[in-house]
Design a protein around this ligand. Structure first.
Ligand code: SAH
Length: 668
């Protein structure tokens, strides 16, 4: 058999998948796909070709695609080999078969890959397991959006509109600590009261919970009435730098935001083993969680210290495997500026600063270091700097080991996310979900944070996902929106900034890029623009085919552009016989410009030139009116309207506006 199936469903599937952004899938890689029939292989082939990952098929299915490989052993054995190496597995098989195949391989939610099943008809994408931590829910949503299928998510948090408790800290780079994750997840699913004690880390998630949730924050008074009314929490979530020990079925869990900067001074040649042991000892003695380590800080003389470099590279035991610890090095000059509890004359004589470990820990804790950038902590996020030293310097030696290690720990008010932020500038089209490109829908569904004007946020509400941080700001605060987005992306989050229509046409894309340039951006956070259907196209589509000849768009808003410039452009467009779309034609306070525009066009075009006025295209309150250049002002026009002025050959026919291209001989 060969994969030559050319049924229409297959072709549609292929077409829609071509618009995927491969970068959306980064966190799900390595990903392997498995199909056992030609149609199944065809369903998954577009995905694996896009991501350049392998699609495994049996020998009975053949294909020319470079991504397809044949498995020789029984599928069960082959899967056993793939299991440990993949972050995600996508099957096109019946769920029953997949359940039987993976059953012997399942170990626990922390290490199992995300498993997603696509049905052969391409109608459903099912998140089978690895729903939260494994990311199967998000991968399912991404694939479903792209193929126009229905995502099937059965997690309770999805039903309740809550972030999965075992995925809660992922956007902020928190380390998942020990605890009874199953017990706490079950309590949340039952909507039992769950106590949350958050001692550190971002509280952004708390302010974006749905209205009806069962979390209780802090230590409320547990009075007799509370008990009688069944409001006493049955489970507890700690978010803290402290390491707590729980019994396996305690209904308690802990997340560790990475807030601890470990300052280290060491003699030349100190081994990685001694550094590791020193940190373990100091952390155990003070009940600190190693998962809360943000990074290591030292003097620049130690930037090439082999033991330190090895320790950072081989870290971590607890955070995701692909993250090394950052090593922040400061000059003696900078270290000298920090006042510390335990300065040393000996150290000063040796390296030119009275403190290395304490001063470096304190300096690092005042900076946020994400990607390649080091920036002074942002005072707005989430609290002001100047942290105290948590552990003053401790000296650790070990008989038989060379060298000695000095350790101090400072706690930063803001966690280190260890993630490189992304800014996605997304156009959501004129106002109907179906008019948003699949790529833009994926970006919105996938982002950690969605920022936009409240009306647009409401429009995309059906594709938002539980646990997303959604910040809707009033329409006038464009700059604040851009600055906020950049701030969160600098911190390591993936932020989607949404604009109506196209993001780069009188939208947020230009503003965000200008702000970035003003901040001397050098490429981090990563920026991607997702195009959308602009008002000009939406309006044209609603009235016929008015843009078949050369056209232009002019905004009549003189808030940011001097009116003389706008007038000059109106004159040029009118003279050059462009079909012209007027954006922002009139507001409550800006009423005169549309009349001037009309006068300019009347100097160069016939009074009877067709004009279309489209208000709220593709929205429930859409209104379409046709008029002529002469009567333009008799019609209602407002900020939700686009005015489309035809050229000299534009005509009306059966309530359609047509600008001839010339095929039938009457074009220009
Ligand atoms: N980025 C948007 C334009 C924003 S400027 C885009 O690409 O479409 C705002 C102006 O766009 C409005 O004053 C109106 O003239 C036009 N506009 C936006 N959405 C519209 C819609 N759904 N119907 C008609 N005009 C619209």
């Amino acid at each position: 058999m060969t994969i030559t199936d050319s049924n229409r469903a297959g072709q549609d599937f292929q077409c829609s998948l071509q618009s995927l952004e491969p970068s959306l899938f980064e966190e799900f890689l390595p990903l392997a796909a498995i199909a056992t029939t030609p149609l199944g292989a065809k369903r998954l082939q577009v995905l694996t070709e896009l991501l350049q990952t392998t699609l495994w098929v049996p020998a009975s299915v053949t294909s020319e695609s470079p991504c397809i490989q044949v498995y020789q052993k029984p599928l069960q054995d082959h899967l056993a080999q793939l299991w440990d190496q993949q972050k995600s597995l996508v099957f096109c098989l019946t769920t029953g078969a997949v359940v039987r195949l993976i059953a012997p391989l399942l170990q626990n939610k922390e290490t199992d890959p995300a498993v997603v099943v696509v049905d052969e008809a391409g109608k459903f994408v099912i998140s089978l397991c690895g729903g939260h931590q494994g990311g199967a829910d998000r991968l399912t949503q991404l694939i479903a959006l792209q193929i126009g299928a229905t995502p099937v998510l059965t997690g309770a948090s999805n039903r309740l509109g809550l972030p999965g408790i075992d995925a809660l800290g992922l956007p902020y780079g928190w380390t998942k600590g020990e605890g009874d994750w199953t017990g706490v997840s079950a309590a949340i699913a039952r909507q039992d009261p769950v106590q949350v004690i958050q001692e550190t880390g971002s509280t952004l998630w708390q302010s974006h919970l749905p209205k009806h949730h069962s979390f209780q924050f802090g230590f409320p008074e547990f009075t007799a009435t509370v008990r009688e009314e069944g409001l006493e929490p049955t489970a507890r979530v700690w978010i803290s730098a402290i390491q707590r020990r729980f019994a396996p079925d305690s209904s308690k869990v802990q997340w560790h935001p990475r807030v601890l900067w470990v300052g280290i001074g060491c003699e030349r040649g100190t081994s990685k083993a001694l550094i590791e042991q020193a940190i373990q000892e100091v952390f155990a003695a003070h009940h600190l969680a190693e998962g809360a380590i943000a990074g290591i800080a030292t003097i620049d003389l130690k930037a090439d210290e082999a033991g330190l470099l090895d320790f950072c590279r081989d870290w971590p035991r607890q955070a995701p495997k692909d993250r090394a610890l950052p090593l922040k090095c400061f000059s003696a000059e900078d270290l000298r500026t920090v006042s510390v509890p335990t300065p040393s004359d000996v150290v000063e004589a040796e390296v030119g600063t009275p403190s290395v470990a304490e001063a470096a820990a304190l300096l690092a804790a005042n900076f946020v270091t994400n990607g390649a950038e080091t920036k002074l902590l942002d005072p707005n996020l989430p609290s002001a700097p100047h942290p105290p030293l948590l552990i003053p310097k401790q000296i650790v030696r070990q008989a038989g080991q060379p060298g000695a290690v000095t350790i101090a720990v400072a706690q930063s008010p803001q966690e280190y996310t260890g993630r490189t932020g992304k800014l996605w500038l997304v156009g959501i089209g004129p106002g109907e979900l179906a008019q948003i490109t699949p790529a833009a829908q994926s970006a919105i569904a996938h982002a950690d944070v969605v920022i936009g004007y409240s009306l647009y946020v409401d429009l995309v509400a059906p594709i938002l996902r539980p646990g997303q941080i959604v910040e809707a700001l009033p329409i006038t605060q464009e700059r604040q929106r851009a600055e906020r987005a950049i701030q969160l992306a600098n911190w390591g989050l993936t932020v989607a900034v949404i604009s109506s229509g196209d993001c780069g046409i009188y939208g947020m894309a230009g503003l965000v890029l200008e702000e970035l340039r003003a901040q001397e951006w050098t490429g981090t956070p990563d920026v991607q623009v997702f195009p959308g259907i602009t008002a000009l196209q939406a309006t044209a589509a609603r009235v016929g085919a008015p843009l078949m000849h050369d056209f232009c768009a002019i905004s009549l808003s003189d808030l940011l552009t001097p009116w003389e410039v706008i007038e000059k452009r109106l004159t040029a467009a009118a003279q050059a016989d462009f079909v012209t779309a007027l954006y922002n034609p009139k507001s409550q306070t800006r009423t005169g410009q549309i009349a001037i525009a009309q006068q300019i066009f009347l100097q160069h075009r016939d009074r009877a030139t067709p004009v279309a006025l489209v208000r709220s295209a593709y929205r429930p309150d859409e209104e379409i009116r046709f008029t002529t250049l002469e009567k333009l002002l008799d019609e209602p026009i407002d900020m939700l309207t686009t005015v489309l002025i035809g050229n000299q050959s534009t005509q009306m026919y059966c309530d359609r506006m047509i600008t001839p291209r010339g095929y039938l001989g009457f074009g220009r």
